[in-house]
Design a protein around this ligand. Sequence first.
Ligand code: SF4
Ligand code: SF4
Ligand code: SF4
Length: 457
Amino acid sequence: MINKVFKSRHFLISTQFIALIVFVLIIYGAIGITTDDNNFAKILRNTNLSNLVIWSYWWPLIIVTAILFGRFWCSICPMELVTSFAGKMGFRKKPNKFLRSGWVITLFYAAILIIGIHTFAIHRIPQYMAIYMIILFAVAFVAGLVWEKRTFCTYICPIGHLLGLYSLLSFSKLRVKDADICNNCKTKDCISKSNHYKYIGRSCTSELYPARIKDNRNCILCGQCHKSCTKDNIAIQKRRFASDLFTDIKLSWAEIAFFMIVSGFVIYEIFGEWKVSKKIIMAIPDWVNHSLNISGNPAGTVKAIILFIILPFAFYFILSILKKATANETWKESLTQLVIAILPVTASMHLLKAILKTTSRIPYWDFVFSDPKGVETAQLLTDAPELLNRGILSAISPYIGIIAILLSVGGLVLSLFIIRNQRYKNRASRVISIFAVLIYSGIFLIMLISWRMFYIS
Ligand code: SF4
Ligand code: SF4
Ligand code: SF4
């Protein structure tokens, strides 16, 4: 059925149009809604319908779908529509070497995380969220005007590496059905230049040749090659979970750096769920901010740099030095091995964070339709927090606890299987990878077990 949907000439593009309209409405619902009060913003983030939908449902949902099924969000993403539309009338310049390196994606993501979220709280203040989304659409449009093909998706989109790396896990893949048909195909419609700028039935503008796709990272499941292939030789297929991680994956430096940031960010996100663990994770940033007398927004910047850049980079580089010393690996080899080994644990904890976020916001749905802007509700809940009906959260709490432990153990087991399958130069290098995974997943396991045992909301 999914292949019928992808072959349909109008289904995905219509869905992209609908998604574009929804995003415009979301931006409209967030414009003008702002506050200078941090505590008020913590409630407003959940009472403003636009903010609630984007950060507590849309964002977690695309993480979950990427991990389980691949880059299906990209299939209906309105930004792809905008950048491809602009590309039809643009200058079609070739992206330069730096753009093609993937570093723009990593730097863009780091800037959003450190400056956007942890300095200016774009996730809490609806107006800032709207500005952020307008900027993203504007960049997608301008990139489409300037560069050829789908440069924004391939080399700029700030979540490109995240979706790409997590889709290595998914249960599905897009591949050709029969490689021999491709070998004998004279027209090669799926990569033909003449098809690059069609609205429907485009050849691949993500620099891929469907017959040679090795892993899920770069295919954004736009479904265009489904329609351009005249031999009906392309299909989305089921596969064993995480099978890409059992192959010899070569990561770019930009992907490695991106993943290091994400692995630090996920620790912060999970530890932030419990005030005891939050205090622990915040000990170093708080000490630095206190010592340097930094407060307000810049304190958030310092915290993010320490937790998402300095500490994770130190963790990976220390282990990498050990691996190099014992097995004479290159930096890239040892860091790639570590990233691939740790990826299932990070993804499983990101999945958990998505579940925690979407479920914890359920009580706010009692209010958002009667007051979609959310300012009055936020004021009401500030004055009388007991009005928020948390009954359902208490009811599902034991199940969430079980899911949390299962996910962390599942991530750890998968990581150990991957390490068993990875090729290492010697035993010591493999042992260091196991050690890295045990430390990283152990941090989560200890926190989650303690949290559930001594649960204080
Ligand atoms: S790469 Fe980014 S912009 Fe492109 S389709 Fe995916 S999410 Fe949308
Ligand atoms: S995917 Fe289709 S169009 Fe492309 S080479 Fe194979 S048979 Fe030809
Ligand atoms: S191979 Fe290219 S055209 Fe086909 S779905 Fe993937 S990104 Fe789209």
